[in-house]
Design a protein around this ligand. Structure first.
Ligand code: G1P
Length: 294
């Protein structure tokens, strides 16, 4: 029997990236605010965290990201106008999407030194407890949500590190953290090693990390060393690798669909797939798709 690990109450959202792949759309608005159907990408990530029982939402932002904080706050003028004009469904939707008062905090990554550095920037907000990291670019769709599935695994294995993984074609390992898997228990596998963006011929497997993590606070001491890894960046993967043998370490294959909204094709895929799941949009969208030239 494993003992019940400490609960995961906090989630860190690294959102400091410049989104250059989506220029000019992201010149004046953050890439996290681009809509998938009618919701910004970042809202999907926050909703997934709320569903998983997260109570504190910590955003690691950068210059030009202030609209993210506006998005998770009241918009009084808009709300009173919706109320006055009887658009109560839209109003309820807005209010429902607001995290509770005082549950959202913002800190800034002042220099683009990598994902590990971004997570390290949240250390004072996370303090001495386990926490989740959600990369909003990886839009995960499923019920229960990806983080809920990971927290379930976290409780089953007795805590430590949990990463979400997916099988990818070997030629894509250069885009991901890749794990060296040990023994499987259902959809959970022990992690014996992890490496950031290996060349296909050096990858320990084709099980690639996607943007969901549960981490112990001991990660901060590793990130604090500011050691540079792949791409000369401070990598979260390297921090986790240093904890191998000190913390239980598992990977979970979630039963979620993943859309890479950091990539143009992935972003369009997300819009079409989620549009097709919406009863108010799906029939018209299906017609349009069928009418497109092959
Ligand atoms: C980051 C991580 C990588 C992970 C990926 C998932 O890379 O460093 O380990 O596999 O996210 O999306 P990035 O996409 O920021 O280069």
């Amino acid at each position: 029997m494993t003992s019940t690990p400490r609960p995961v109450r906090k989630a860190v959202f690294p959102v400091a990236g410049l989104g250059t792949r989506f220029l000019p759309a992201t010149k004046a608005i953050p890439k996290e605010m681009l809509p998938v159907v009618d919701k910004p990408v970042i809202q999907y990530a926050v909703e997934e965290a709320r569903e998983a029982g997260i109570e504190q939402f910590i955003f690691v932002t950068g210059r030009g990201k202030h609209v993210i904080s506006d998005h998770f706050d009241h918009a009084y003028e808009l709300e009173s106008q919706l109320e006055g004009s009887g658009k109560l469904k839209a109003l309820a939707g807005l209010l429902e999407s607001l995290p509770p008062n005082g549950s959202v905090s913002f800190t800034r990554q002042q220099r683009p030194l990598g994902l590990g550095h971004a997570v390290w920037c949240a250390r004072h907000f996370v303090s001495d407890e386990p926490f989740a990291v959600i990369l909003p670019d990886d839009l995960m769709v499923g019920t229960p949500g990806a983080l809920s599935q990971m927290i379930k695994a976290y409780n089953e294995v007795g805590g430590g590190i949990i990463v979400a993984v997916e099988e990818k074609p070997r030629e894509e390992t250069r885009r991901y953290g890749v794990v060296d898997p040990g023994k499987w228990h259902g959809n959970t596998v022990e992690v014996k090693g992890i490496v950031e963006k290996p060349a296909p011929e050096n990858a320990p497997s084709t099980l690639c990390v996607i943007g969901r993590y549960i981490l112990p606070p001991s990660i901060f001491a590793q990130l604090e060393r500011m050691e540079r890894g792949a791409g000369n960046e401070i990598q979260l993967t390297d921090g986790m690798a240093k904890l191998l043998g000190h913390e239980p370490f598992h990977a979970v294959k979630t039963e979620c669909a993943r859309y890479d909204c950091g990539d143009k094709v992935g972003f369009l895929h997300a819009n079409i797939a989620l549009g097709l799941q919406r009863p108010d949009i799906a029939p018209a969208l299906r017609k349009i798709l069928a009418s497109l030239p092959k």
